[in-house]
Every structure is written in C-alpha cells, then in structure tokens.
Design a protein around this ligand. Structure first.
Ligand code: ADP
Ligand code: MG
Length: 291
C-alpha cells in the first residue's frame, strides 16, 4: 500500500513538471547525497553552433559539409543536429546515407555517395592518416574550450569541425541550490577534458570526469556508490541511459531521447535543472509529512 502522502507528492510533482514513474521513487530521493550531471543537453543547452571548419589539402568546406551533413542527418545527437542544419542551410537538401552506424558517445559512420564517412571523436578514426595542420586545429579548438569533430573518409582525416555549446541559463543557479540541499555535484561527459573544465567552472562544479564512454558513465556511478554515495544522475542522451538505470535515482531530461526517458525514474518535463531541485525538495517534504 502506498502512503497517501506519497501519492499527493506524486501529484504535486506533476504540477511542478516532474513525472514520477511510481510513488516509491520519491522515497529514494531522500537519501541522495551525490548528483552526477551529464554535460551536453543537461547542463548545456545541447544546441551547439558551428564555429569553424578546418579542411585538409584538396578538400573544400563544401565537400566536408556535404558528406558530413549527409551522415549526421541520420543521428539524433545535438552535435549532429547542428552539423546537419549547417549543411542543409548551404545546400537545401542532403545526400542519402547507407549503412549508417552511430557509436554512442563517440560519433557516426556511413556511406555517402560512395565515400565511407566517419565523424566524431578521434578514436572513432583510429588508423586514419591525419595531417599535422588538422591535428593542430583540433588541439587548439579543445584548448579554447570547444568540441572538435574530426571527420574523414577513405582512411584520411579531411576536416576538423569546431562546435561550441552554451550552458542553460538556469544551470548555475540550480547547481548552487543542489549544493544547498547537501548534494555534491559531479560533471560527467564523453566530451574532452578542456570543454568539461570550462563548463564546470562556469556553473560552479569542482568534480569533473571527462572523455568517458557510455559504459564509463556506468562505472563512474558504480564507483561513487562503492564509496558509500547514494547517487542521483541527470541525463538526456542514449549515452546516459545505462548510467541513469544504474544510479539510485535516475532523472531524465524531458526534451532528451526516448532511451534516456525510459531509463530514468523521474522525467523533468521542463528540461532544466531547477526541476531536479524541485523534485528533491518535494520528496523530502513529502517524506516529512509521512513520518
Ligand atoms: P555528453 O556525455 O557530453 O552528453 P556524448 O557522450 O554524447 O557527450 O558525446 C561525447 C563526444 O562524442 C562528443 O563531445 C563528440 O565529440 C562525440 N560525438 C558523439 N556523437 C557525435 C556525433 N553524432 N557527431 C559527432 N561527434 C559526436
Ligand atoms: Mg547528453
């Protein structure tokens, strides 16, 4: 039997824009002491913009946008959305992709106009020949706090596309309030360390784990649990689903992917972190009423 106060809590949660999978979920929020926050789409808006395209020899920006846009159009990652949009703006329509494959937390691959195109993190293009100029462009972009999307085909890295995202306007305030509730925030991302550090600084987070795969995200949650932490995780992506399920409390961003929403215990309909603060405050209040 579910205590009435929990059911009332669930109703109140819905008013606040928090969808709770079951009344018992509110109970697990009470003991949470650590909150792991995904970066892209959770702390940041997840609407990156394309700042620059560096190309290798014999390749034009148009060539790159045409082929990379073609593969990225099939991906639901925020970076993919930005690159496909830039290409669509340029050409109106994009070429079809065959044998498309998305590697969660890493990038995409596919056959476009006979070219085997790959775009994403450098480790997705292992074994590709990479011109020094592009390696330099990649390193510099990352030092400046941007994400470098490495793109290539036929075994050669042909371009580095520089993208940058901005933090959601409410993120810093929400993180301060989470801290006020006694929670320790940890920023977790598959993106590079420099980007992660600069975003963390901007929103007031000290603990950062960067460059992790979706399985790596699970291990980070498990490590925190092994050290005695009761862990909440907030995420929006396919790459967050397993970690959301592993956490003691999984909070999915409502504007995120279906995989994340299914894996979470709670869905934050508004899609910003202040809803996470509301959810945790509410559950604590609700449980006080029961006792
Ligand atoms: P986060 O953990 O911050 O949400 P992800 O795990 O989704 O980020 O992605 C990690 C990194 O993998 C991205 O920063 C990007 O470099 C790369 N990546 C993932 N998906 C794509 C894609 N569709 N196109 C290009 N790069 C991608
Ligand atoms: Mg994300």
């Amino acid at each position: 039997a579910t205590p009435t106060a929990l059911l009332v809590g669930t109703g109140r949660a819905a008013q606040l824009g928090v969808v709770v999978k079951g009344p018992e979920v509110l109970e697990s929020t009470r003991r949470v002491d650590t909150i792991v926050l995904d970066k892209t789409g959770t702390v940041t808006a997840g609407r990156p913009s394309l700042l620059a395209v560096h190309t290798g020899e014999g390749v034009s920006v148009d060539d790159v946008l045409w082929l990379v846009g073609g593969v990225e159009e099939a991906s639901e990652h925020p970076i993919a959305g930005c690159l496909a949009a830039a290409a669509t703006q340029r050409f109106g329509e994009l070429p079809p992709v065959r044998d498309f494959r998305a590697v969660a937390g890493s990038g995409v691959q596919g056959l476009v106009e006979g070219f085997a195109v790959a775009a994403g993190k450098l480790d997705l293009l292992t074994g590709y020949r990479m011109p020094m100029s592009l390696l330099r462009a990649k390193n510099q972009a990352e030092q400046e706090g941007c994400t470098a999307v490495v793109a290539g085909w036929d075994g050669i890295v042909h371009a580095v596309l520089v993208v940058a995202d901005t933090v959601k306007p409410t993120s810093a305030k929400a993180i301060e309030q989470l801290r006020g509730l006694g929670l320790r925030p940890v920023l977790l991302t598959g993106d590079n360390e420099a980007v992660a550090r600069s975003i963390a600084r901007e929103v007031g987070i000290r603990d950062v784990v960067a460059g992790v795969s979706p399985e790596g995200k699970v291990r980070v949650v498990e490590d925190l649990q092994a050290r005695g932490g009761v862990v909440a995780m907030v995420g929006d992506g396919v790459n967050d689903a397993a970690a959301l399920a592993t956490a003691d409390l999984g909070l999915s961003i409502g504007t995120g992917t279906d995989a994340a929403i299914e894996a979470g215990d709670l869905t934050l309909v508004r899609g910003d972190l202040l809803a996470a603060v509301d959810a945790i405050r509410l559950s604590r209040r609700t449980l006080k009423t029961i006792k």
